[in-house]
Design a binder for this molecule. Structure first.
Ligand SMILES: Cc1cc2nc3c(=O)[nH]c(=O)nc-3n(C[C@H](O)[C@H](O)[C@H](O)COP(=O)(O)O)c2cc1C
Length: 186
């Protein structure tokens, strides 16, 4: 068996979250078609199958925090590798400072099927949620979304979800310059 004594003690427990990367990265839209905002989110998680609940974690200082808490809905848009540059733009500048950031990042918004928050046209999967609850967990707040409607481009579907040969989601790895993503090997 491998010598486990070679393990180095990191000590600083605040850094431990870094070992939970890489993570699927999504774009969460809020607001309206006329005044959209988006945030890049690496901290998202399924919370329940029935009822269908998904959680996203947002710090209080984000503009999206304010908009979603007020409007009570949001869309989880799943980008692919062609959208990496746009993901970094959306995730580097606040909509409070750059009101046109969604457009400037190369994305178009359109009306969602069931909720007021807009969805991103270029993303081939859109999950529409209404806000069920906000739970403060620490320095992030957990926004609990109830899934109201999901759309997927039928061209990328397989018999379970999507075919990884036809659709490569963005996986982000926390790094010093914050700009490292990679493709799953399929
Ligand atoms: C790849 C990536 C992942 C991110 N994940 C999160 C996250 O999970 N939660 C969060 O609060 N901010 C996250 N951020 C930071 C926000 O996306 C960023 O601060 C954004 O500009 C906030 O926009 P807003 O102020 O318009 O809401 C992430 C940024 C990047 C680049």
């Amino acid at each position: 068996m491998e010598n486990l004594n070679l393990k180095k003690s990191i000590g600083n427990t605040e850094l431990c979250y870094r070992y939970l990367y890489p993570r699927l990265t999504v774009l969460v839209t809020s607001g309206s078609v006329e005044k959209p905002n988006a945030i890049t989110i690496a901290w998202s998680t399924p919370l329940s199958v029935d009822p269908p609940l998904i959680g996203i974690l947002i710090t209080k200082k984000r503009f999206s925090h304010k908009i979603i808490a007020h409007n009570k809905d949001f869309v989880i848009n799943i980008p692919d590798l062609s959208h990496v540059k746009g993901c970094f733009h959306v995730g580097s500048v606040s909509g409070k400072i750059e009101p046109d950031k969604v457009k400037n990042a190369g994305f178009t918004v359109e009306k969602s099927e069931k909720i007021n928050a807009p969805r991103i046209k270029e993303c081939r999967i859109n999950i529409e949620c209404t806000l069920e609850n906000i739970i403060t967990t620490g320095d992030h707040d957990l926004f609990v979304g109830k899934v109201i409607h999901t759309s997927i481009d039928s061209k990328i579907e397989d018999d379970w979800a999507f075919d990884l040969k036809l659709f490569q989601p963005v996986y982000w790895r926390q790094s010093k310059d914050l700009k490292e993503t990679f493709q799953l090997d399929v």
